[in-house]
Each structure stands twice: as structure tokens, then as C-alpha cells.
Design a protein around this ligand. Structure first.
Ligand code: HEM
Length: 402
């Protein structure tokens, strides 16, 4: 993109050139126009924020609101405006946001996630047994990445895994940059009806799962949670819990295979695994476009005045590739030992499922490369169908062989 582009005519999302790296334009913006105006695909404009410190300010200061019902809240996908009329708590401010988050926090503590590890390992083992029985090339997204993340979130929530094809296909519509507003509305309606039916089943026959717990402890008339609120909460968990992690599994596999020296270092020293996961999270920053906000009052950021009611997008990949914080950010380095990336966001909305995501990724990468040491991508990596413009970046299909 030329430097003479007038700010309001610059369209967004920006194009990636290397599929594993953020758009190169982020570097220029961070250096020259750290807070810059863009035109959104849904109409309207928003400020792009590219410096690490500024991104953390946007995500932690109450000046920048996450309240999706505020007029002018920035959206990137055609159907998003519809969800924001009655948003889940990811698009609310405290104290409303805290009311919902508090109900869930106990389910996502490190201690609680530790108890889920044996179950996750068993699912990963079983899926890899099945995969190894297939004739390569096999699509790793469909045969492994999506089933792992779906199985785990279904088990936690108490959603029957047999229904995964139904909700996966409908959720796909919700996060795709290609869907129309009508497709989005239809998919959301079906998901709501599905979840409503499931809530009724849990009321009649509660089980040992998160949804049953919410139904028996928090749903009206026992608690203060309305049925439509519970419904949105569960849909958000189901969606956030499978799409993002599945993308990290498939894209993380590509990144490691593309950096054989880093994979070799990890194989030699498995204790590096937690650091390698953090580095992959930073390097790929797949939720780059998720963190949208709106200025609640007039403010200034890196010398740019932002007026009340203007939209802001805190670009996570731009922050995680800020050379002032991560020297040589383009180098995937499993020895980097960084723990302060913003791939899970920052501030009150920082990812609720991060402990679970880390556990899944650790188990997945340790087991995948141990069981299939000769794993490789079956087509040139540049030719893979990447999820350009999706809220969570990833790859639609990943044919692998061994
Ligand atoms: C919030 C990324 C996995 C549930 C977020 C946010 C990011 C993020 C960036 C902040 C959004 C914002 O500030 O606007 C990721 C990534 C994941 C992942 C990269 C995988 C590698 C999960 C999983 C769950 C989950 C497994 C489990 C259910 C949530 C929820 C929120 C959230 C509920 C909203 C928190 C709040 O508003 O208080 N995630 N996530 N995420 N994530 Fe994740």
C-alpha cells in the first residue's frame, strides 16, 4: 500500500504477504502513523492502534469501552451488528461484564484445568490413532485440530459432541469474512434454538458440567441469570473455545514445520514446550482483529486525538511484533522466554480460556510430533487456503503426510 493513501480511503483488514506474518503495512504504521484511520468493510471508519504500549492502554483503560451497544461500535463482519444488539459479556463493560465473568472464573483456574488434562490427553491419543490409520494426505484441520478443540469445550460445557458438525458449520458462518448478513442471521437463529433446547434438557436432567451448573445455580428463579443471557454466554464459550484453539493447532503446526531448527530444539529439550507455546501465540497472534473498542470520551494516544464515539482496533499482531518490546519479532524463537505478549488480549477482557488453551496446545504439540516424527505439509505452504479477513486467523484446510 502506498504511503500517499489518504487515511479514510485506506481499507481494512490489511493484506498479509507472508501467510505466517502480520501484514507488512503494520510495521510502517507502527513507525510512522501509530494511530491511523481506516475504512471498515462494514462501512464507517476506525482508528488502528499498532504500538505495543498503546494497544495495552486501549485494552486496559476505561476510556476505551468494550460496550458493543454504543452507537458506532466498530464491526468487521456483516452480521456482527446483529450480535451487538444483545451482546455477550466480551462486548460489555464492568460492572455488567464482571457479573458474568465472575460466574465462570472458577471453571477456568489452573487448578481446575489441571483436572482436565488426562481427558484432553486421552482425546488427543484417540484422534491420532484414527489419523494414523488413514492414508495420507489427511486434512489435519478436520481430522485433528477441530475435533480436539471441540471435544474439549463440549466436555467442559456439557454439549453433546455428536452435535459438533451442526454447531461447527453454523459457527463458521459467524466468524467468516465471506458470510452475508442474512446467512449470519440464519446461523445465529439456529444456534440459539439449539442452545435453548439444550438448556431445557439440562433443567430436566442436570449433569456434571458447566452448563448444568449455570442452570442449577444461576438461572432464574434460583439466581439472577435470564435465559437469553445464559444462552448468549454458552454460545460465546462454545465459539471462543473451539475456533481459536483449532486455528492455533493447525497454524502452529505449520509454523513449527516451517522452522525445523526450532522444532528440533523443542524435540531435544521438551522442557522448552511452555516457552514454545508462548512464542507461537506471540508469533501468530491469531486473534489480531478481535479486540475492537470505542472511545467513551475524548482522549489522546501517541499524539493523535480520538473523539468520543470513535471506533478503535487494537491490533494484537502489530503489538506482538513491536520491535521495541520483542527484538527481531520476525524470528520464531522457542528460547525467547516471553510471557508478556498480548495474544490473549490484556485488561479485564483478557482471555478467560487461556489456561485451557495452553493445556490443549501443550498436550497437542508434545503428542503430535512424538507420534508422527515424519509429519510434513503435503502442499507448498504458500498455497494453503488461509483465513484472510476472518476474526480469528488460521487455515481452512491443512493436508499433511508422513
Ligand atoms: C477473550 C484469544 C481460546 C474464551 C479473548 C480475547 C482474546 C482471546 C484476544 C480478548 C478479546 C477482547 O479483549 O476483546 C484467544 C486465543 C485462544 C483463545 C488466541 C486460543 C489459542 C479460548 C478458549 C476459551 C476462550 C479455549 C474457552 C472457553 C474466551 C472468553 C473471552 C475471551 C469467554 C471473553 C473474556 C471477557 O470478556 O472477559 N480470547 N482465546 N478463549 N476468550 Fe479466548
Amino acid at each position: 500500500m502506498s504511503q500517499t493513501t489518504t487515511p479514510d480511503s485506506r481499507s481494512f483488514p490489511l493484506r498479509r504477504q507472508c501467510p505466517l506474518a502480520p501484514p507488512p503495512e503494520y510495521d510502517r504504521l507502527r513507525a510512522e502513523e501509530p494511530v491511523s484511520k481506516v475504512r471498515l468493510p462494514t462501512g464507517g471508519a476506525a482508528w488502528l492502534v499498532t504500538r505495543y504500549e498503546d494497544v495495552r492502554t486501549v485494552l486496559s483503560s476505561p476510556v476505551f469501552s468494550a460496550d458493543g451497544t454504543r452507537p458506532g461500535f466498530p464491526t468487521l463482519l456483516p452480521g456482527q451488528a446483529q450480535v451487538l444488539r444483545r451482546p455477550p459479556f466480551i462486548r460489555m463493560d464492568p460492572p455488567q461484564h464482571s457479573f458474568y465473568r465472575r460466574m465462570l472464573i472458577q471453571e477456568f483456574t489452573l487448578k481446575r484445568i489441571k483436572t482436565m488434562r488426562p481427558g484432553i490427553q486421552a482425546s488427543v491419543n484417540r484422534l491420532l490413532d484414527d489419523l494414523l490409520a488413514m492414508t495420507p494426505p489427511v486434512d489435519l484441520v478436520e481430522a485433528f485440530a477441530l475435533p480436539v478443540s471441540s471435544l474439549v469445550i463440549c466436555q467442559l460445557l456439557g454439549v453433546p459432541y455428536d452435535d459438533h458438525e451442526f454447531f461447527q458449520s453454523r459457527s463458521k458462518v459467524g466468524v467468516s469474512g465471506q458470510s452475508t448478513a442474512e446467512q449470519f442471521a440464519a446461523a445465529l437463529g439456529e444456534l440459539r434454538a439449539y442452545m435453548d433446547g439444550l438448556i431445557t434438557r439440562k433443567q430436566q436432567e442436570p449433569g456434571d458440567d458447566l452448563l448444568s451448573k449455570l442452570v442449577t445455580e444461576h438461572l432464574e428463579p434460583v439466581g439472577e441469570l435470564r435465559r437469553d443471557e445464559l444462552l448468549m454466554m454458552c454460545l460465546m464459550l462454545l465459539n471462543a473455545g473451539h475456533e481459536t484453539t483449532a486455528n492455533m493447532i493447525s497454524l502452529g503446526t505449520v509454523a513449527l514445520l516451517e522452522h525445523p531448527d526450532q522444532l528440533a530444539a523443542l524435540r531435544e529439550n521438551p522442557e522448552l514446550l511452555p516457552d514454545a507455546i508462548e512464542e507461537l501465540l506471540r508469533y501468530l497472534s491469531i486473534a489480531d482483529l478481535v479486540t475492537t473498542r470505542i472511545a467513551a470520551e475524548e482522549t489522546e494516544l501517541s499524539g493523535t486525538r480520538i473523539r468520543a464515539g470513535e471506533g478503535v482496533i487494537a491490533l494484537l499482531a502489530a503489538a506482538d511484533w513491536d520491535p521495541a518490546v520483542f527484538p527481531e519479532p520476525e524470528r520464531l524463537d522457542v528460547h525467547r522466554g516471553n510471557r508478556h505478549h498480548v495474544a490473549f488480549g490484556y485488561g479485564v477482557h483478557q482471555c478467560l480460556g487461556q489456561n485451557l488453551a495452553r493445556a490443549e496446545l501443550e498436550i497437542v504439540f508434545a503428542t503430535l510430533f512424538e507420534r508422527i516424527p515424519a509429519l510434513r505439509v503435503a502442499v507448498p505452504v504458500d498455497e494453503l487456503p488461509y483465513k484472510h479477513g476472518n476474526l480469528a486467523y488460521g487455515v481452512h484446510e491443512l493436508p499433511v503426510t508422513w
